[in-house]
Design a protein around this ligand. Sequence first.
Ligand code: NAP
Length: 254
Amino acid sequence: MGQLTAKVAIVTGASSGIGYETAKLFAREGAKVLVTARRHAELQALVAEIEECGGEAIALAGDIRDEALARALVELAVGRFGGLDIAFNNAGTLGNSSAVTDISSEDWQALLDTNLTSAFFGAKYQIPAMIARGGGSLIFTSSFVGRTLGFPGMGAYAASKAGLIGLMQVIAVEYGAQGIRANALLPGGSDTPMGRAAANTPEARAFVEGLHALKRLARPEEIAQAALYLASDASSFTTGANLISDGGISINRT
Ligand code: NAP
């Protein structure tokens, strides 16, 4: 029996990287999965991969900044799969890299919309559906950036990722009595399209790898395992927590 047998999960940012691998892992562990991102073809490929392995998944493409998408995903979970137990609110973007005094208000707002407001929209519809089932697990993909490290050029990104932690903590206390758990996942540098874009020369990649105690980036499959822990009953007494799975970048001084 899988760790998520009979569970229903939403995974955002599922067209690549951490979300893609987590959707596959959740499905392998028995969950019925709703996957979303803007790129429809990638989502279709993911659904096909899950179905080939005997799993169940539905794709709904859309922009995570759209509140109607958050509502539609939950309606789909309830309508097609009977309810919602797990939400991995993971979609995110790096945005443009600028020093704080050079960030335009448009860029600031666009990044906050994608990384933070989207998670609020998600939670707003996910929580009532989970309460109707007697509880559930919300997971927000934050980052070491904005928590344990200040990275130049990432003011808006850091603010969005720190904001997710604040939102998560309030959800944990507002709905804990109704069986809702909320946690943040803080990955280190990960070998995904985003991670590769952030370190896009051999020198930059070597520099970022060297920041980690483990001297490498994470494989997205490794971060998916941390998401599985937070999604599953293995973490049944864990709420309001920051799960750092960052290869030691937060504590490394070597
Ligand atoms: P990725 O492969 O670039 O994945 C980002 C995902 O977010 C994609 O599926 C993308 O889908 C989706 N997304 C972005 N903007 C969207 C929008 N407006 N509407 C809908 N979906 C949108 O990067 P990743 O590394 O897996 O990132 C996943 C999460 O981990 C992000 O929140 C990121 O901030 C966080 N994180 C990453 C690292 C790292 O080093 N990679 C480290 C710490 C935290 P579409 O483009 O198809 O829309």
